[in-house]
Ligand binder design. Structure first.
Ligand code: HEM
Length: 309
């Protein structure tokens, strides 16, 4: 029996925190640390049960470094660090982290409290390296003004197919390969473009959120880069990206994807940042640059809970 962590499959939420933590040097892993990590799915269930209207959920994913402290030599078949893309001309830095907590709900207070309790309970072993508070903007739009998430798989079956490890790696079934990148938008340059130019960058219309025709869609458009067909099927990922920002300050998109295999994210990213496949890169990256990058694995609830046994 393998159940995905609450928070992978459900549709988006209005309030989100992405918390990245890193192991402190000099404090070895012990049973108390493993228990706190293993209790997370149960704690998330409890909050969700008390406030059903808030649609609370949380996912805990673990980075490669420090993995052995929790699971020894056992690891998902395709687990690896954030990719270094050969020939990249746009930045895609690997900043890594040892834990990623992705908490979301329709109530910010619940999200905040859960993330804070988690970070505080583990502070002897882990320090917070980044906490990004993200929010639903208008009709699920990115701060560029374009709707984000339209072509995500919909419905639990399709979403599970894209996001969850299956029988191909039975010991880790119900788990998911997670990638995050914090993008900072160049809003001034972006806003200086006419809407038609912005649409050519994205490959979709802005107001109506429709895909441009093949004749109108440049090969450098974002969606032209990330739609990849193999053996007659499009590669699928489940995105949970969300806008973040401070008024008058830095703003952008916290990109987050959940995949059955890390190959999907890696292939899409390669076609965005490196001109190796057809001499082109993603024009969107002229207007937004990645400043962080992390690769994680979110084990099933049962696998995580076994740490607390
Ligand atoms: C589609 C924005 C980064 C993968 C889209 C869409 C927007 C968007 C507006 C169209 C609506 C939709 O179907 O969701 C952005 C922004 C990014 C970003 C603002 C960063 C600045 C990425 C990255 C990847 C990615 C890093 C993967 C490595 C996809 C995929 C689609 C998509 C798979 C759906 C394509 C389709 O099936 O038509 N993105 N994206 N995006 N994006 Fe991104």
């Amino acid at each position: 029996m393998s159940t995905p962590q609450r928070g992978i499959l459900p549709e988006g939420s209005s309030h989100v925190i992405f918390l990245t933590l890193r192991r402190r040097l000099g404090r070895p892993a012990d049973a108390a640390m493993r228990t706190l990590i293993g209790q997370l799915p149960q704690h998330a269930e409890e909050v969700a049960a008390v406030y059903p209207e808030a649609r609370f959920s949380a996912v805990l994913a673990l980075g490669e470094h420090g993995w052995a402290d929790l699971f020894g030599d056992a690891r998902p078949a395709r687990f690896r660090g954030f990719p270094r893309i050969a020939g990249a001309i746009h930045p895609a830095p690997a900043t890594e982290g040892d834990l990623l907590l992705h908490v979301r709900a329709e109530r910010y207070d619940l999200v905040y409290e859960f993330a804070d309790r988690f970070a505080t309970s583990l502070q002897a072993w882990f320090e917070v390296v980044e906490s990004v508070t993200a929010f639903k903007y208008r009709e699920w739009r990115d701060l560029t003004g374009f709707v984000d998430g339209t072509e995500n798989p919909h419905g639990d079956d399709e979403r599970a197919e894209a996001a969850l490890v299956g029988d191909e790696d039975a010991a880790w079934a119900g788990g998911s390969y997670v990638h995050t990148q914090r993008y900072v938008h160049r809003m001034q340059q972006w806003n200086a473009l006419a809407v038609k130019q912005q649409e050519a960058v994205m490959g979709r219309t802005k107001a109506q959120d429709e895909e441009l025709s093949d004749e109108d869609k440049p090969l450098t458009a974002h969606i032209a880069r990330v739609v990849i067909e193999e053996d007659g099927k499009e590669l699928e990922m489940l995105r949970h990206s969300m806008p973040y920002g401070t008024p008058g300050g830095e703003k952008g998109l916290l990109f987050a994807s959940y995949c059955r295999t890390p190959d999907v994210f890696e292939k899409m990213l390669a076609r965005m940042v490196a001109p190796t496949s057809d001499g082109r890169v993603d024009h969107l990256l002229t207007y937004s640059r990645a400043v962080t990058g992390g690769a994680f694995f979110a084990p099933s609830r049962e696998v995580l809970q076994a740490l607390a046994a």
